[in-house]
Design a protein around this ligand. Structure first.
Ligand code: GDP
Ligand code: MG
Length: 764
């Protein structure tokens, strides 16, 4: 923090430099001080003057010339500034270093045009008052005057070269020597690698013009001097043949003596200030028309032309100017384009950080919600995510475009691409998470919806529903929902944001789920059909075995034929069984077809059905032929033969009856049943039923899951070590033996009772 007295602060007003808030800018700002220090408050000043947000809408003008030639006075008159001016009394240098001030004037009335024409000067004209050359007060130190002149030349659109008429034609007096050095270094430092030639206007203001020598003569003299200087420059390689008019335009004006002709001076300066308006781009062709392509007689032409502008946005100017100064100071072999690129990088990075703040604020909470959903295992489909993503993305890129687009094009587009990558990295992850959530939620919803529709269908009368239709309808809904979410989430302009493949995968997954649901549905159907088979067998097979009890094949009229039927019992059981299963198979096939089940799936289902049905039959046989049940059946069978005659009339035993004969025949007949019932053997063929052929080989489509609940069947399943013979054996030898013995005892008891009743009957 140090105190600096502004040059014009005759009233003792001091500016406090270094404190952003209460700095005094009444006299502009000292951009570079006498110690060649660049002022870091330059941006604060530009801010103070509201130039920072102006983008390109500002202009920079410098003055160049010997000391005490009235430069500051001219600028103050032209722009209403308050640069320090030497007092008439002590002729001492006042301007130290380089000062900058904003033009204070806006509208200027043209004195020449009868005062009736009022024109607006260009907006935001920044004027730099440069310490005069000649080094009078600085002794032989030409370092500063070179550097400050170079600084003015490198940054300004218009360089006012201020000189007395008497100096024209004097090599030293008109600072031509200095100009030569400055031109040379400017070429070396800033112009040698530049792709586009930046153009400046050298505006010669001839002071104390007497009016005796025509201005055009003075102009010619100055131009030929300049051409000579240019020819004598040592130019960087590649620029050997360049001409001064490649880099400069020229304009000339002459002003009367301020002290001797104050009114005329005032009028002329007033008129001159009108020229600081924005002009058109001057075409090369037009430039060529004048001598050296110079500004000829267009004395009224505006001088601030677009081609002079350095295209440094105002908010980057302070950084840019400091870079230029540092480069001049250190004399590093850097050039202007590099400065511009460095500046562009710096500013683009800053702007990118800025635009990412609102982006992050909008996106981070969404990312958090997705992450939480993933952690909890509850995938979340965010509403209107695409809308948010598109809005914030476009906003960020647009903000970047408008803020950073003014900077070096190459750097800008590279930084824009970097920013886009950064943004899209984030959005892509979010987009991915959304699609993945949509897919998971979609599959779960689909599965639930199908199950619910099936349940609904089952409740309906008849329980008829078309599974395939349900699946198709729900699939369409699910696909639409997914596509809706996916297309809503699409990020416009992002090449990665395409969901066709995801949609394809989603459909595939739905197909997988459909297949699983269909298999479950098939299982349910199979279970229903199996249950039906079991109950059918329970009834029909039970009936066949109950017939045994009658000994005559039924409770109806006694027919001889019925007795013979006992020997066919297994044939009938087999037929009842195969008929029932065949019927069930038809039902199964019909229903399965309505599911759109594949022929393979149907075949597996049928194969399982046959095996399970056999299992059901086998269980039914075991139940019917349990020892107790069987003994009861044998007893009924025997008693029916023994106690009833052929007519079905109960016998009243008399002593004369051949009780023993009848008993022996009946017992024998019933005993025959034991070996008959012990084995499932068909009478037709005299062998086991063709179970293996009937069940059939396992179809190729059988999966381990299909076989899970299937019991092995002897003689059908290889590697089971159980023969078909064993499978068909209902009672083993020992059991048969035991059963015979118990049956005989029971029969004996019946016989004894009959005997007793015969005798008793006689006695009574
Ligand atoms: P600078 O700082 O070198 O640009 O010059 P100043 O603007 O400080 O003026 C130096 C002296 O010249 C002051 O005393 C002014 O009054 C005087 N001066 C200003 N304008 C003119 C002019 O047009 N002709 C002459 N002869 N003197 C002038
Ligand atoms: Mg001055």
């Amino acid at each position: 923090r140090h105190l600096t007295a502004p040059p014009g602060a005759m009233n003792g007003h001091f500016a406090l430099v270094g404190d952003g808030e209460d700095m005094n800018f009444d006299h502009g700002i000292q951009v570079i001080d006498e110690n060649k220090e660049f002022n870091d408050n330059l941006n604060a000043y530009l801010q103070h003057e509201a130039i920072v947000p102006a983008g390109f809408n500002y202009h920079l003008i410098s003055v160049f010339g010997s000391q005490s030639t009235g430069k500051s006075t001219l600028l103050n008159t032209l722009f209403g500034t308050d640069f320090g001016v030497m007092s008439e009394q002590d002729r001492k240098q006042t301007t130290k270093g380089i000062w900058m001030s904003k033009n204070k004037r806006k509208e200027v009335t043209s004195p020449k045009k009868g005062g009736g024409v009022t024109l607006r000067m260009a907006d935001n004209i920044l004027v730099m008052d440069v310490e005069g050359t000649d080094g009078r007060e600085r002794g032989e130190d030409q370092d500063f005057e070179r550097k400050s002149a170079l600084f003015a030349l490198a940054t300004s659109e218009v360089l006012i070269v201020n000189l007395w008429e008497t100096q024209v034609g004097l090599y030293q007096g008109a600072n031509m020597g200095l100009l030569k050095t400055v031109f040379e270094v400017n070429l070396q430092l800033f112009l040698k690698d530049s792709k586009t030639i930046p153009r400046s206007l050298l505006f010669f203001v001839i002071r104390d013009y007497l009016g005796t020598t025509p201005l055009s003569n003075l102009r010619q003299t100055l131009l030929s001097d300049l051409s000579r200087i240019w020819a004598s420059l040592s130019k960087p390689s590649g620029l050997e043949n360049s001409s001064i008019s490649d880099y400069f335009d020229f304009a000339f004006v002459a002003l009367p003596h301020k002290i001797l002709q104050p009114d005329k001076f005032a009028t002329e300066v007033q008129e001159l200030s009108l020229r600081f308006r924005e002009g058109d781009f001057k075409t090369a062709a037009r430039r060529k028309t004048g001598a050296l392509g110079l500004d000829g007689d267009d004395a009224d032409e505006p001088i601030l032309r677009p081609e002079y502008h350095r295209r440094i946005p105002a908010d980057g100017f302070s950084v840019y100017a400091k870079g230029i100064w540092d480069q001049i100071e250190s004399n590093k072999d850097l050039d202007l384009p590099t400065q511009q690129e460095l500046l562009a990088q710096f500013r683009c990075d800053e702007i990118a950080r800025d635009v990412l703040v609102p982006f992050d604020a909008a996106i981070a909470p969404l990312e958090a919600r997705h992450a939480e959903g993933a952690r909890k295992g509850e995938p979340l489909v965010l509403d209107a995510l695409g809308k948010t993503m598109n809005t914030v993305r476009a906003q960020a890129l647009q903000d970047f475009q408008s803020e950073a687009g003014r900077y070096h094009k190459g750097v800008f587009s590279r930084k824009r691409a970097e920013l886009e990558d950064k943004i899209d990295d984030r959005l892509k992850t979010l987009w991915r998470a959304q699609l993945s959530a949509a897919q998971k939620v979609g599959v779960a919803n689909f599965s639930e919806a199908v199950s619910a529709a099936v349940k609904n269908g089952q409740k309906k009368a008849g329980g008829q529903y078309d599974f395939a239709k349900i699946v198709e309808a729900e699939k369409m809904k699910a696909v639409k929902r997914f596509a809706d979410v996916a297309s809503e989430t699409e990020v416009k302009g992002a090449s990665w944001s395409v969901y066709e493949q995801d949609l394809g995968l989603f459909k595939k997954e739905l197909d997988e789920v459909s297949k699983r649901l269909r298999r479950e549905e098939m299982r349910r159907l199979a279970t229903r059909v199996e249950r039906w088979v079991r109950s059918k067998l329970g009834e029909s097979v039970g009936l066949e075995f109950n017939k045994l009890g009658s000994g005559r094949g039924g409770s109806g009229a006694p027919e001889e034929g019925d007795r013979g039927d006992e020997k066919d019992i297994w044939d009938r059981v087999w037929h009842v069984f195969t008929d029932s299963v065949t019927h069930a198979e038809e039902r199964f096939t019909d229903r399965a077809k309505s599911f759109d089940a594949s022929p393979e799936e149907v075949e597996v289902g049928l194969w399982r059905l046959r095996r399970k049905s056999w299992g059901a039959l086998r269980a039914k046989l075991d139940e019917e032929l349990m020892e107790g049940n069987l003994l009861l059946k044998l007893r009924e069978n025997f008693e029916d033969r023994f106690r009833y005659d052929h007519e079905g009339v109960p016998r009243i035993w008399r002593p004369t009856d051949d009780i023993e004969g009848i008993y022996t025949t009946a017992r024998q007949a019933t005993l025959h049943l034991i070996p008959l019932l012990s084995r499932f053997k068909l009478r037709e063929t005299g062998s086991n039923p063709p179970l293996a052929a009937w069940v059939g080989e396992a179809p190729t489509g059988v999966s381990p899951a299909d076989e899970e609940d299937l019991a092995p069947i002897g003689g059908v399943d290889e590697d089971e070590g159980k023969s078909l013979e064993e499978e068909m054996t209902v009672l083993g030898d020992a059991k048969q033996q035991d059963l015979s013995t118990r049956f005989k005892k029971m029969a004996d008891g019946v016989y004894v009772e009959a005997k007793r009743s015969a005798i008793g009957g006689v006695t009574q």
